[in-house]
Design a protein around this ligand. Structure first.
Ligand SMILES: C[S@@+](CC[C@H](N)C(=O)[O-])C[C@H]1O[C@@H](n2cnc3c(N)ncnc32)[C@H](O)[C@@H]1O
Length: 255
């Protein structure tokens, strides 16, 4: 995994111990507090490498590129996302799922798509294999599950989904896959997506789709760029197309 350009800091020396704990659990170097760093570097915006920092603050853990004011924090912001309008096609892709569904988001990332699933399914398992992304996700869920009750349905697991799914005893109703894809059009990817692309080595998700198709009882949903070929060359039952995104739905229930 490409995590070499990522280090841990904290906003204040009071948080050194917490940051050190996180650095040990994630096996990423702790470079001291931002205050200590600022004594050595006059202008954060001029940081040569534009490194990524995982910042421990009093209220939350966030990711930041460089430490200058020009770079905005990236974190699991369920509250902000809950105020954004529903993505119609993603909602449509869930139509007809059994009422008491067990749903697995096997490529959880920061959990934006998962927030939507949480209001439609009975139980939701999120799997994220990169430990520091899993840490951001867990932190977001812990902070906001009182404000957004549907988040309480979520269980979050740090694992490779292929291993997790292969070991599963009771199969889920549906599995969602959002493997990272390259930008194919002119539109710029969102900051969160750009950061993940820079920091995480992604594989295509082909094997994950093959396993998911064997494990899901009702359907597998795959997020693709509108112009991309179907994942692993396996044709979906139907697709829901938007301006830049397409959802390929593989229907598996016996009719
Ligand atoms: C494009 S992001 C997902 C974004 C997410 N849908 C959201 O709404 O925030 C893909 C994520 O899947 C994770 N991932 C990719 N393959 C995985 C696997 N086999 N097991 C677990 N996580 C995986 C990556 O580490 C990355 O964080």
């Amino acid at each position: 995994m490409k995590t070499l350009n990522l280090v841990i800091t904290c906003t204040d020396e009071e948080l050194n111990r917490e940051a050190l704990k996180l650095s040990e659990s994630l096996n990423l170097p702790f470079v001291g507090s931002m205050k200590t760093l600022s004594k050595n570097i006059k202008d954060f915006d001029e940081l040569p490498s534009k490194k990524f920092f995982l910042v421990v603050s009093k209220d939350l853990i966030y990711l930041k590129q460089g430490l200058g004011d020009s770079s905005k924090p990236i974190f699991s912001d369920f509250l902000k996302w809950s105020k954004q309008s529903h993505r119609v096609n993603l909602v449509k892709s869930l139509r007809g799922l059994p009422k008491k569904s067990l749903f697995i988001d096997a490529t959880a990332g920061l959990g934006k798509d998962a927030l939507l699933f949480s209001s439609f399914v009975d139980k939701l398992i999120l799997i994220e294999r990169v430990p520091w992304i899993h840490a951001l996700l867990e932190d977001g869920l812990k902070r906001q599950n009182k404000l957004i009750p549907s988040l309480k349905k979520i269980e979050v697991i740090c694992s490779d989904s292929k291993d997790y799914l292969l070991k599963l005893r009771s199969n889920p109703d549906a599995i969602y896959l959002d493997p990272m894809f390259e930008n194919m059009g002119k539109s710029k990817a969102k900051r969160e997506v750009q950061a993940l692309r820079e920091l995480v080595v992604e594989n295509s998700g082909e094997e994950l789709l093959e396993i998911s198709l064997k494990k899901a009882k009702n359907r597998v949903i795959v997020k693709r760029h509108r112009k991309a070929q179907s994942l692993a060359g396996i044709e979906p039952t139907y697709s829901l197309k938007g301006k830049t995104i397409r959802y390929d739905v593989y229907s598996l229930k016996l009719s």
